[in-house]
Design a protein around this ligand. Structure first.
Ligand code: NAG
Ligand code: NAG
Ligand code: NAG
Ligand code: NAG
Ligand code: FE2
Length: 477
């Protein structure tokens, strides 16, 4: 107790000394080898039965959460693109017909990629579904979110840069124990582009079978990273995002987007905007114009929580990918502040980092202060590119830790955002292999719209409190 008091006091004094000093966790865990799991491993097992549906995954299908888009692959022949579903297991009172497509990538020929749209679902309901026929039929279930409502509670998981290594498997398994209801995926899915020729397609297929254990049962909201670009002229493949776009449909039309690479959805009490780092975003481009209109659709009285997903982080202090987010910052940061985005999740950097609420909008090319400043209207920026892919950890952080960086650690893991009501959400970063109870970095996120007055009163106290907690939990390790 005395020790604890002394510890808190010394942290407090340190804080007074250097303002917003962030924390660089010194924790180091031995990595598993950064190699992909061999194809013959059970995590990639092909389901039994002739032409059995595999790589089953779902995503939100509409703007408000009453539809689901189900996608899967049949390897041998098209077969039916049909989903049978209902409210109890084995009793499927509804049938929907979907469609299928296929593509080639160099000399790889994809299986038949099916897509089926389930519409008019009830909120907050468990549905059971079946795809495939006879001996090859497979059964799954999913739960719809609560009705869009300012106080609807909902727990999201956030995963990025997952890949298909033993570290990826650890992340996936830990995520599946978190109790979160859907995944906000911040780009770089399979890392299949690390392979050549035929194997690119093969590793997309194995990744689809790998994530099925979660993605067939709860929606994953997709966004694209650089590993989805697959610009490979040496193989004659120059169509950007080809495999990704064939395999991972998004509900972009529902938010009046003209590209599956950027879109928005509402889910429970959250409005989620997905942006594409690797699509044009400067002024007058389609993405920029769409986002300009999209701000008008946000109603914080209905969806208090405003979340943005991008691949490349804007406030990153890792040596890896340092300043790669500058171009997007200079275009979009003003909007993020103006519209009081609550939190921005990014991936790309294979480590974990969280920023303070900072902005750098006063700087322009001829004048102004070039340094980010604390800004209560700014989002918290969180990098979770720590899914565990074969490229390994980004373990070198810039030294000293910049003022904008609140906490950083080079370990694999995932995050959860547990929204309680319109004012409070519990955020938690979960390092792999610690079990679900170890909170390495966690804090209460106060809503930027509803929590503003509340926050003004508590801002300083809370930040200090959170910093002390972080120091304490880091120091205990
Ligand atoms: C798609 O499947 C059809 C029917 O099996 C086949 O004839 C066609 O060549 C395939 N197309 C591509 C692009 O692989
Ligand atoms: C999309 O555009 C249509 C037609 O202009 C409009 O009725 C609808 O509200 C828009 N939806 C969104 C989510 O912006
Ligand atoms: C550039 O910054 C200066 C000083 O903050 C400001 O007066 C000026 O309006 C800014 N110009 C633009 C185009 O933003
Ligand atoms: C919102 O949730 C927080 C955390 O559970 C709780 O302390 C607060 O009282 C809730 N607010 C309302 C209005 O229910
Ligand atoms: Fe990336």
């Amino acid at each position: 107790m005395l020790l604890h008091l002394f510890f808190s006091l010394s942290v407090f004094l340190t804080l007074i000394d250097n303002g917003n000093a962030g924390i660089t966790s010194s924790f180091i865990r031995n990595e598993r080898p950064s190699v992909d799991i061999p194809l013959e491993n059970d995590v990639f097992a092909v389901p039994k039965g002739y032409n059995a549906p595999q790589q089953v995954h779902i995503t939100q299908g509409d703007y408000e959460g009453k539809a689901v888009l189900i996608s899967w692959v049949t390897p041998d022949k098209p077969g039916p693109s049909q989903v049978r579903y209902g409210l109890s297991e084995g009793k499927y009172e509804f049938t929907v017909e979907g469609s299928f497509t296929n593509y080639t990538f160099y000399n790889y020929k994809s299986g038949y990629i099916h897509k089926c749209f389930l519409d008019g679902l009830q909120y907050d309901t468990k549905y059971y579904y079946e795809i495939g026929n006879g001996d090859s039929a497979r059964n799954f279930w999913f739960e719809t979110p609560p009705k869009v409502d300012p106080d609807a509670s909902y727990k999201f998981g956030i995963i990025g840069d997952l890949g298909q290594t033993y570290n990826s498997l650890s992340t996936l398994q830990h995520y599946m124990n978190s109790g979160a209801k859907s995944v906000l995926f911040v780009g770089d899915l399979s890392y299949a582009d690390r392979y050549k020729y035929h194997d690119v397609g093969v590793r997309w297929d194995s990744w689809g079978r790998f994530v099925e254990q979660s993605a067939a049962y709860q929606p994953w909201m997709w966004s694209a990273g650089n590993h989805e670009i697959e610009y490979m002229p040496f193989m004659g493949e120059v169509t950007m995002f080809k495999s990704y776009l064939y395999r991972y449909p998004t509900p972009y039309k529902a938010s009046n987007s003209t590209s599956p690479l950027w879109y928005s959805i509402r889910r429970a009490s959250a409005h989620i905007i997905v942006l594409s780092t690797y699509s044009p975003f400067v002024k007058y481009t389609p993405q920029w114009k769409w986002l300009r209109e999209e701000w008008k659709n946000i109603d914080r009285e209905k969806t208090p929580w405003l979340i943005v997903l991008i691949h490349v982080p804007i406030y990153n202090s890792n040596v890896a990918h340092f300043m790669e987010g500058e171009s997007m910052r200079s275009v979009f940061e003003g909007w993020f502040i103006e519209h009081k985005v609550d939190v921005i999740f990014a991936g790309h950097v294979h480590a974990y980092e969280r920023s303070y609420r900072v902005s750098n909008i006063h700087y322009n090319i001829s004048s102004g202060d070039p340094y980010p400043v604390l800004d209560k209207a700014a989002p918290v920026y969180i990098t979770v590119g720590d899914g565990g892919n074969q490229e390994g950890l980004a373990s070198r952080f810039r030294d000293p830790q910049p003022d904008y960086s609140a906490f950083r650690e080079a370990s694999f893991g995932h995050s959860t955002l547990d929204i309680k009501n319109r004012t409070h959400a519990f955020y938690h970063w979960n390092r792999n292999d610690d079990g679900k109870k170890v909170k390495i970095d966690s804090f209460v996120l106060h809503n930027q719209y509803w929590g503003r007055n509340y926050q003004r009163r508590k801002f300083n106290k809370n930040r200090l409190h959170s910093v002390i907690l972080n120091r304490a939990s880091t120091a205990q390790l």
